[in-house]
Design a protein around this ligand. Structure first.
Ligand SMILES: [Zn+2]
Length: 303
């Protein structure tokens, strides 16, 4: 068995996204993974849309209905950053379905990677920052509801703080939310998670990787998660259009391998989502987003 990779052709976004939303990066990521041999027909899993019952474990019914019926008001759509069309509503449910499948496969095989996801700015009753539904929160809620997990950890290394995820699990002792992000990046008002490391603008590889190595092992050992969800956003990269950190590609690859190895060495299942990454250089985005998948692929194949 090779590393399970979750992809759907409709992850590639064809709706008018926000100015920075690189909709076609998802298709390019899948092409890249096929070219490099990470994806073949044996390890490719195709998700289904998250159903209403799954979404309602996290999101409030009025918000789910407004997304489904495209009745969000303009202010709510502006906060999301693009019009919530029927296609956008379908796409966000597909992404959540992919996260649920990634979680299930990680529990079954030890690791699994989704080629989309990381809607961490979505709260219970509103979306924001290109996020409509919070796919990782939905996945954790579904797996817990089914009795497959009790305790879990979200490692969110996207450059933006995962305010939605932190708020959703704020009073939930079983789900630990850990974020390393840039203090100067969106959202302006962060929602406190269980551990937030806010780094100053311009932080590079050395200090970033030090912060990760100081905190992650202790969280894994003390919280004892039965599943880790890793948001491997690549927007801390030095050439990202939105992020203000200065990680190199080598730094991101070390980061991703470190998280994967820390979980696998402890026998903790890890599921990843790709998170943010913003640039007109789509081949670079695809290559950087593949980093976490390649990190898991190499270890998975050597087990
Ligand atoms: Zn981001």
């Amino acid at each position: 068995m090779r590393l399970p990779i979750i992809h759907h052709p409709d992850y590639a976004v064809s709706f008018p996204g926000g100015r920075h939303f690189p909709g076609d990066k998802f298709g390019q990521l899948a092409q890249y993974l096929r070219r490099t041999g990470c994806i073949d027909e044996k390890n490719l899993f195709v998700p289904e849309e998250a159903c209403m019952d799954w979404l309602s474990l996290v999101h409030c019914p009025r918000y789910i209905e407004a997304v489904a019926g495209q009745t969000l008001d303009r202010a709510a759509e502006r906060r999301i950053g693009f019009p919530v069309t029927p296609w956008a509503a379908y796409r966000t449910r597909l992404s959540a379905g992919g996260a649920v499948l990634a979680g299930r496969l990680a529990l079954q095989y030890g690791a699994a990677c989704n080629t989309a996801g990381g809607g961490h700015h979505a709260h219970r009753d509103f979306g924001a920052g290109y996020c409509i539904f919070n796919d990782v929160a939905v996945a954790l809620a579904v797996l817990r509801h089914e009795g497959l997990i009790t305790r879990a950890l979200v490692v969110d290394l996207d450059v933006h703080q995962g305010d939605g995820t932190a708020a959703i699990f704020r009073n939930d002792a079983d789900i630990f939310t850990f974020s390393i992000h840039c203090s100067d990046n969106f959202p302006g008002r962060k929602s406190p998670g269980d551990l937030d490391i806010a780094l100053p603008k311009g932080t590079g590889d050395a200090d970033y990787l030090k912060a990760l190595a100081i905190h992650l092992p202790g969280i894994l050992d003390h919280h004892g998660p039965g599943l880790v969800f890793f948001n491997a956003g690549i927007d801390p990269h030095e050439k990202d259009d939105l992020g203000k950190l200065k990680l190199t590609e080598a730094g991101i690859r070390i980061r991703d391998q470190y998280v994967v190895d820390a979980c696998m060495a402890r026998g903790i299942p890890i599921a990843s989502v790709i998170g943010g990454g913003y640039s007109s250089d789509k081949p670079r985005l695809a290559r950087l987003h593949a980093s976490v998948i390649e990190a898991a692929f190499s270890r998975f194949s050597s087990v």
